[in-house]
Design a binder for this molecule. Structure first.
Ligand code: NCD
Length: 287
């Protein structure tokens, strides 16, 4: 897929249609899925503003939407602000009485999960580290309570012998269900509010933004504005071999002067995500 992204198209999804149903803002994830499917040779129907411009406005259930869209598309990618919403669309899509099942992929369900982002993050680490993940110390920084990306990253990374360092304000700590899942498979984690004191020990630094849209008010979210800023000075403390990841969009977590630091991998992640999603969609479509 890396080669195809360099400038070609495949015919793997010839005759197939992907529908994207996005009930929350997105730039990367939707365009990444859509261009990945186009590169695979398929066609795309795009629901970029499902919250504002779909029959959801008329009160249609997610189940019904899934059932209906499964008649149009072979594959559905959904993003929605509520946990469990994508599973609801999938329930409807599975009811389709036809020779082929309609596949549904989660592109982010509220504070729940964002599995393909975590997959592309793991792929990026795997690529940069020559396939070796065992023994790494991975730091996750920011709004670990509301960030679905760190939740999904833990879900995947727990399969390697990795130690976790969670950096967040106490009120935005990693939820217990995620930490319990790590403990259950014997993974260790350490929690702190102070990035400066731990950054030098991290092999991978996963920055994320404060998820302002999940707070009761802008004022409440504003309390945490600028709480962790990774600038050139902070990167001086980090290991020479460290990797700096961010799912993007960034607000103020990483200053632009860090972009030229060879350890900054957030724009590489975007390209890796495209290839990863091509591979994933080919796989789930049985190709
Ligand atoms: C993330 C998301 O939507 O959860 N963005 C993305 O998909 N690259 C991260 C975020 O919005 O903070």
């Amino acid at each position: 897929m890396e080669k195809v992204v360099g400038g070609g198209f495949l015919k793997l999804m010839d005759g197939k249609i992907l529908a994207t149903l996005f009930y929350e803002p997105s730039t990367r994830t939707r365009m990444s899925f859509e261009s990945a499917f186009l590169r695979l040779g398929g066609k795309v129907v795009s629901g970029a503003d499902m919250a504002g411009a779909s029959s959801a406005r008329k009160g249609e259930s997610l189940y019904d939407t899934g059932r209906v869209v499964s008649e149009f598309a072979d594959l559905i990618v959904v993003r929605h602000p509520e946990v469990g919403s994508v599973a609801e669309v999938a329930k409807g899509a599975r009811e389709r009485v036809a020779s082929r099942a309609c596949v549904v992929i989660n592109a982010g369900d509220g504070v729940g999960d964002h599995p393909t982002q975590a997959l592309l993050d793991v792929y990026t680490i795997w690529k940069e580290r020559g396939g070796k993940l065992d023994g790494l110390i991975v730091g996750m920084i920011g709004d670990l309570k509301n960030g679905r990306v760190p939740h999904s990253q833990c879900e995947l990374l727990k399969h390697w012998d990795i130690e976790f360092v969670f950096v967040s304000p106490k009120a935005l700590a990693m939820p217990w269900n995620v930490k319990d899942d790590l403990t259950a498979v014997g993974r260790k984690f350490f929690e702190t509010e102070d990035l400066g004191s731990v950054v030098g020990g991290l092999d991978v630094i996963c920055a994320t933004r404060i998820q302002a849209e999940r707070f009761k008010s802008a004022k409440e979210a504003g309390k945490y504005k600028g709480i962790y800023v990774i600038n050139a000075l902070m990167m001086k403390k980090a290991k020479k071999s460290a990797l700096l990841l961010h799912p993007l969009p960034r607000v103020d977590e990483i200053t632009v002067d860090v972009d030229r630091d060879p350890r900054a991998k957030y724009f590489d992640q975007v390209r890796n995500g495209l290839c990863l999603r091509m591979a994933l969609m080919a796989e789930v479509m049985g190709k």
